[in-house]
Design a binder for this molecule. Structure first.
Ligand code: ADP
Length: 248
């Protein structure tokens, strides 16, 4: 039974690789507009969870719904992306030879809903959309700069901007601040907080200062299922979480 507030709903998802359960009855609900952090030790199943949501990996058991009706376990990767789930991997992938502006333009024109020729001239409305995203990712002053010349943090923001051009309802981000300076990390937290509400965000992250700055609910994965969930201070003080991180 799905509340209409829930945008992503995973229930009892199991994924096995040669008998090893990377996900073991994982259940998770993300509200529309929520900013959720997923933490957990290496091997906890965070990447596999993202792969299930995006259709890269099919679960052996369990269900995964996007919105009220879309059964992600029956959809292929491109259909899921088209339905409004955008994923960003850890390393930035931008078109290094092209300008910042052109990267956003290409991302918009590559959007299946738009189906614009890459050579078509931009309408003023499309130009405005790009300008708004440039503003949002703090690259308005770098619009004509070649993307390959940006700092690591700026490339990450540009790639997030490219995802935003396709107006995703849910953004999945894998360790977005890895390799960023403290200042870039702080700005990224501000960006994500500003995106929440309008978008839902699921962020896999190891940097606890960043998780704290995001301020949302935190889910701790361990051995393929949810070990704890709540605000950061609550999960950090949970004895089971402390044991998983420090124990053995
Ligand atoms: P995390 O992202 O939290 O570090 P992963 O989802 O990458 O965890 O991995 C969970 C477990 O599943 C790990 O033990 C990993 O070795 C295993 N695993 C992940 N993908 C595969 C695969 N394609 N084949 C075999 N084992 C895998």
């Amino acid at each position: 039974d799905l509340s209409h507030k829930v945008i992503l709903y995973l229930e009892d998802i199991t994924v096995s690789f040669d008998g090893f359960r990377a996900l073991n009855k994982l259940s998770l609900a993300i509200d529309a507009g929520e900013l959720r952090c997923i933490i957990g030790p290496n091997g906890a199943g965070k990447t596999t969870m993202m792969d299930v949501i995006t259709g890269k990996t099919r679960p052996d058991e369990g269900s995964a719904f996007f919105g009220q009706t879309l059964d992600l376990t029956r959809m292929r990767e491109p259909e899921i992306a088209h339905a409004g789930i955008g994923r960003k991997f850890q390393k930035p992938t931008v078109f290094e030879q092209h300008s910042v502006f052109e990267n956003l333009e290409l991302a918009m024109k590559a959007d299946k809903r738009v189906r614009r020729s890459l050579f078509a001239r931009l309408s003023s409305e499309e130009g405005d959309r790009i300008a708004a995203v440039l503003e949002r990712i703090r690259l308005a002053g770098e619009a004509d700069r070649q993307a390959g010349l940006l700092s690591h943090g700026q490339k990450q923001w540009l790639e997030i901007g490219m995802l935003l051009m396709q107006e995703p309802r849910l953004l999945l981000l894998d360790e977005p601040v890895a390799g960023m300076t403290d200042d870039e990390t702080e700005r990224t937290a501000e960006l994500f907080v500003s995106l929440a509400g309008e978008h839902s965000l699921v962020v896999v992250e190891h940097d606890m200062a960043f998780v704290e700055a995001l301020g949302g609910k935190v889910t701790v994965l361990h051995e393929g299922s949810v070990l704890a969930e709540g605000d950061l201070p609550t999960v950090q003080n949970d004895p089971r979480v402390i044991e998983v991180y420090l124990g053995r």
